[in-house]
Design a binder for this molecule. Structure first.
Ligand code: F6R
Length: 623
């Protein structure tokens, strides 16, 4: 949660910080602030509550703040309500600053993460004479740095290192010290932070899109490391204060990929980018009609040693896990368990040797998924990560990494990363099955061929989007919706329902179709929308019967089927959605597309902020 940026160079910092924050707004958007220094002058701190727009207006898009060194923050509240006082930057003095002039403080900082022992640290600092103007853990962190800095008369890096030793939790931290003009100091533990180097200017940010317009050369600062960032030099330090050298990485993402490019919302753009995301991911794993997992370290002997699989993830990535469970268990005799990372990390359960843990994550920074990965590794279990963000914590810590090539995903509700995860997991399943001798060479080639046809079929579904746009007005006034299906279709229900509720705020539930009658059917009343997903021919009749049971209680029925298996009785259905035919194992990749579109248009009809739904953030780096 929260996005941080920093700039030091020759240009005016405020505008660059605001542009960077705009790209990070998906990480949090309940308040924002910047602190900018003009040479040796004190920092000028400007903060507003609400969307970044308010800060842009207040600063006249940065024009009324002078200075070439600064830090900025967009917040997703954890400690303390969204308010100007709680907004970052925070200062070591007694005034948060509201934009009415420079702030006198030896330390000014922004932070992404959570300090778990902040209450204890706050009490200690109060006993030393500090007072607090906000409810945030960040103010405590900044004042702790200030305390060590002044008490021991040590430099910024030593003060930060002492703070890192005392603070428990997660942080990406950017600080400016009054005594050190034109320098930004940074530190990190378990929250994302990259540092970028341009020509006579340097940057820091929580995520790549924030700096992609300025530089592609970045450093991934590691846990418990700190950095001194100057316009012509970046120096990294370990916890002892010794200098360390980090490799530079060149980001290959296209800067245009992080722009809206004429679409009304990022979500709509990203829905349209799905065929490319799936094609690119497919092409990265398949060549000469074979899947090459050995390129990622998963050679034949590793695959042969797998006797159990635990898939661990959160949210939509977990839904990919549910789909993959069905696919892997259909293609092999390997038992697959799918766990929510937030449960897995605290549960006592046997993990037998021969298990492969697969973590799935777009951001590669989700706190629960990262903790689950560490738990598996501690138990000596190998971990495969399916990740979108290159160099993210999960990618760095996993034993094997399959990158999804979805490019930057900005909209909070995932679409293209989800689709890229599905194809990556499908290809993994096919290769696992073939390597272990469960399918013949002919069947192997057939599956690869079918998977290769998905991008074109996704494009075909998108051609029909006006029909869904028109229909969405029919459901925009709904209070409740249900998505029902069996098997693979149930996994699609989970995703379709989450998409609908998270961006349209219509209460929606996903149910295994056969389970509805065990209680939930009591919620069906006149006009309740029930979406029946029926792409699996073997269970279609069963789900159809469950839909008819709902209709008998007044439900309005939407069906989703594939072209080669239409609904048994079209007359019973109020609105039909059909996707192109493919092997049933891959139909989730197609069935999800109309559901994404339906959610998108419903959210637009309801006048909501599609890309930034309330209370959510893109990257959940806190528990
Ligand atoms: C929903 C959504 C979330 C994420 C979840 C995991 O549209 O985007 O449910 O799927 O927060 O995030 P990652 O994949 O970054 O670990």
């Amino acid at each position: 949660m929260c996005g941080i940026v920093g700039y030091v160079g020759k240009r005016q910092a405020a505008k660059i910080l605001l542009d960077g924050l705009r790209k990070l707004e998906y990480r949090g958007y309940d308040s924002a602030g910047i602190a900018v220094r003009n040479g040796a002058e004190n920092a000028q701190v400007v903060k507003t509550s609400g969307r970044l727009k308010a800060l842009i207006e207040k600063t006249e898009n940065g024009k009324n703040i002078r200075g070439t060194c600064g830090i900025g923050h967009t917040r997703w509240a954890t400690h303390g309500v969204p308010s100007v006082a709680n907004a970052h930057p925070h200062v070591s003095g007694n005034c948060a600053g509201t934009g009415n002039g420079p702030v006198e403080s030896s330390v000014v900082g922004v932070h992404n993460g959570i300090i778990e022992n902040y209450a204890e640290l706050k009490a200690k600092l109060m006993s030393k004479g500090y007072s607090f103007y906000s409810e945030t853990d960040t103010e405590v962190l900044v004042k702790l740095v200030d305390y060590y800095y002044n008490k021991y008369r040590i430099g910024p890096i030593d003060a930060i290192n002492r703070t890192m030793v005392r603070a428990r939790g997660s942080y990406a931290l950017a600080l400016m010290f009054t005594d050190y003009p034109n320098q930004i100091y940074a530190a990190r533990k378990d929250s994302p932070l990259i540092i970028g180097k341009g020509e006579e200017e340097s940057f820091l940010a929580s995520d790549v899109p924030a700096i992609l317009n300025h530089t592609r050369n970045v450093y991934y600062i590691q846990n418990h490391q700190s950095a001194r960032i100057e316009e012509d030099r970046i120096t990294f330090f370990d916890l002892n204060g010794d200098e360390v050298f980090l490799p530079e990485t060149v980001i290959e993402w296209d800067a245009k990929a992080a722009e809206k490019d004429g679409f009304a919302h990022y979500m709509l753009k990203e829905i349209h980018e799905q065929s490319t995301a799936v094609r690119n991911t497919f092409n990265s794993l398949v060549r000469e009609s074979a899947i090459h997992l050995e390129d990622f370290g998963l050679d034949q002997s590793i695959l042969n040693g797998i006797s159990h699989i635990d898939i661990v993830a959160c949210g939509s990535a977990w839904h990919v896990g549910v789909t993959s469970q069905y696919v892997i268990e259909s293609l092999t005799d390997i038992p697959v368990r799918v766990e929510l990372a937030s449960e897995f990390r605290y549960r006592n359960m046997p993990i037998t040797s021969g298990t492969l843990v697969i973590v799935i994550s777009q951001s590669g920074e989700t706190a629960d998924t990262l903790a689950a990965l560490r738990k598996a590794k501690q138990a000596g279990i190998p971990v495969l990560a399916v990740v979108n963000v290159v160099g993210s914590s999960i990618a760095r810590e996993a034993d094997y990494v399959l990158y999804t090539l979805a490019g930057p995903e900005i909209s909070v509700a995932t679409t293209k990363a989800y689709s890229a995860q599905l194809i990556a997991m499908d290809l993994f399943a096919i290769q696992l099955s073939y390597s272990k001798g469960f399918i013949t060479r002919e069947k192997y080639s057939y599956y690869i061929e079918e998977a290769s046809s998905l991008p074109e079929k996704i494009e075909r579904i998108l051609l029909d989007k006006e029909r869904l746009q028109w229909f969405s007005s029919r459901i925009s006034g709904q209070a409740n919706m249900f998505f029902i299906g069996r098997g693979l279709d149930y996994s699609v229900c989970l995703e379709g329902s989450l998409k609908m509720k998270e961006i349209s705020y219509i209460h929606s539930e996903a149910y295994a179709a056969g389970e509805l009658k065990h209680g939930t059917i009591s919620l069906i009343e006149d006009g309740t929308v029930v979406v029946g997903i029926m792409t699996e021919s073997s269970v279609m009749d069963k789900t159809f019967s469950n839909m008819i049971e709902c209709k008998a209680r007044g439900a309005y029925l939407i069906s989703l089927t594939s072209a080669d298996h239409p609904v048994p009785d079209e007359g019973e259905i109020d609105f039909q959605i059909t996707v192109p035919a493919t092997d049933e194992l891959f139909l989730p990749s197609l069935a999800v597309i109309p559901l994404q579109l339906l959610s998108y248009y419903t959210s637009v009809n309801r006048g909501l902020d599609v890309d930034k739904p309330r209370n959510l953030a893109k990257s959940v780096t806190v528990e």
